[in-house]
Ligand binder design. Structure first.
Ligand code: 5AD
Ligand code: SF4
Length: 438
């Protein structure tokens, strides 16, 4: 039996893309393995948003060279995803690692099947199309039960000056509402308990369609029968729509969890980043959310070291983080991406970036821990998602706000809802005891 292994880098969006790669490969008769030595195809599903992922991917492909030279056609190597989509990247990859068999772009996964079936020497196809068509015919092998991820749109129109995504993923394209709703019905019929709608900027869903807005999709799904949860990501503060707050507040099955990346707390840096909102507008959205959904878990992406960020600007980020008190935040050091406007600016010294990220991470850890401590003694509903391999006989799940909770248990609990009394906390995660089953 032919086996596949997929190495996924990057965000949730890519984890879901890997489910499509798995869908294509399983239709071709492949089954999954975790062992390079038994894999007949190894797919690198890449990400180029930040340079550390890119460097890691290069190292991991290089490490396969001895095995590939020995196993030759018995082990195909394919590289797909947004890293290959950068100008000159496919050529550079093939010359650095001539043993790669297949290189595809970020928007033509459907070519994986013909590439494998018709492979001669090698297959390289990375189309540079601004608005690639949406393919609804790619099979999906879901691997995240009880979570089902569903794309509502692809690409991005925003051109934040630091970001490579619009160049490699193309312009924004919204899926038809009926296709999204059909997917949701299907996964609910299959027994999935949590649905996460995915898009780079979910609030602008539908702007390229004749009809359909994000809030319509949310309310239509929330009305569906059965016990399940609905999440979505990512929201953009420039397009964030207050209607969405009202819908979350009025629908029990939409999680009280909003991922609203701020990137910087300085209005000047936000302007230089082309984010098209300022500190004040962002803080107004936060207070609207807090007033209508008091226990909302708000999370963020925050960047330090953008070229024009002064010490004062960084201080603005610190004070914003202190004011908002994110339940959790992804913190990044800015890294220049070739072809983006910010990469052409004068860059900050590494030690400045390092000092800032350390300070920011320490601050957010402190806040995360304080918020965790506030949960102790409370009863919260969780959906058990997986075993927690770090502790004996333990499983973990999330509260509606998105906080991870570990309880004693076994894999039979995965996909079920429990009421849990929170008994202790460690940084952003909680521990508890089951008090009831749903
Ligand atoms: N450097 C560092 N972080 C980046 N991000 C996007 N581009 C860069 C970059 N060049 C971060 C942003 C975004 C998240 C997905 O990745 O914070 O929200
Ligand atoms: Fe990148 Fe900005 Fe688009 Fe997010 S909104 S993907 S940061 S360009």
């Amino acid at each position: 039996m032919q086996k596949y292994k997929i190495n996924t880098y990057g965000c949730q969006m890519n984890v879901h893309e890997s489910e499509k790669i798995a869908g294509i490969l399983s239709e071709l008769g492949y089954v999954e393995t975790n062992d390079d030595a038994e894999a007949n195809i190894i797919v690198f599903n890449t990400c180029c948003i930040r340079d550390n992922a890119e460097r890691r991917i290069g190292g991991n492909i290089g490490a396969l060279k001895p095995m590939k030279l020995e196993r030759k056609g018995d082990m195909l190597i394919a590289v797909v995803g947004c890293m290959t989509q950068q100008e000159g990247s496919a050529k550079a990859l093939k010359s650095k690692f001539p043993f790669i068999d297949i290189i595809l772009g970020a928007n033509n996964l459907q070519d994986l099947k013909p590439a494998i079936l018709n492979l001669k020497k090698s297959y390289i196809n990375v189309p540079q199309i601004e608005k690639p068509e949406i393919r609804e015919d790619i099979p999906i092998l879901r691997t995240g039960y009880p979570n089902a991820w569903i794309n509502i749109m692809y690409g991005c129109n925003n051109f934040c000056t630091y970001c490579i995504v619009p160049y490699v993923r193309g312009r924004e394209r919204s899926r038809k509402k009926s296709d999204i709703i059909d997917d949701v019905k299907r996964v609910l019929d299959e027994g999935y308990k949590e649905i996460t709608l995915l898009g780079q900027n979910v609030d602008s869903y539908g702007s390229d369609l004749e009809s359909g807005r994000f809030s319509d999709i949310l309310s239509e799904i929330a009305k569906m029968e059965g016990k399940f949860r609905l999440r979505f990501m990512t929201s953009h503060p420039k397009d964030f729509n207050n209607e969405v707050i009202d819908i979350i507040a009025s629908c029990d099955n939409i999680c009280n969890n909003i991922h609203l990346p701020v990137q910087s707390g300085s209005s000047k840096v936000l302007r230089d980043m082309n984010r098209r909102y300022d500190r004040e507008k962002y803080l107004n959205i936060i207070s609207d959310i807090r007033s209508k959904i008091p226990d909302c878990g708000i999370t963020s992406d925050i960047m330090v070291g953008f070229p024009t960020e002064t010490d004062e600007d960084f201080q603005d980020t610190v004070s914003l983080v202190e004011q908002v008190r994110y339940s959790n935040a992804f913190t990044f050091v800015y890294s220049p991406r070739k072809g983006t406007p910010a990469a052409r600016m004068v860059q900050l010294p590494e030690e400045v970036k390092k000092a800032r990220i350390t300070k920011l991470v320490d601050l957010q850890n402190k806040i995360s821990k304080e918020i965790s401590d506030e949960y102790i003694g409370k009863i919260k509903e969780i959906l058990v998602e997986d075993v927690n391999p770090r502790y004996d006989s333990s499983v973990c799940g999330r509260t509606s706000c998105g906080r991870l909770v570990t309880v004693k248990g076994d894999p039979s609990m995965i996909g079920k809802f429990y009421d849990v009394e929170i008994t202790s906390s460690r940084s952003a995660s909680l521990f508890g005891e089951i008090r009831g089953t749903k």
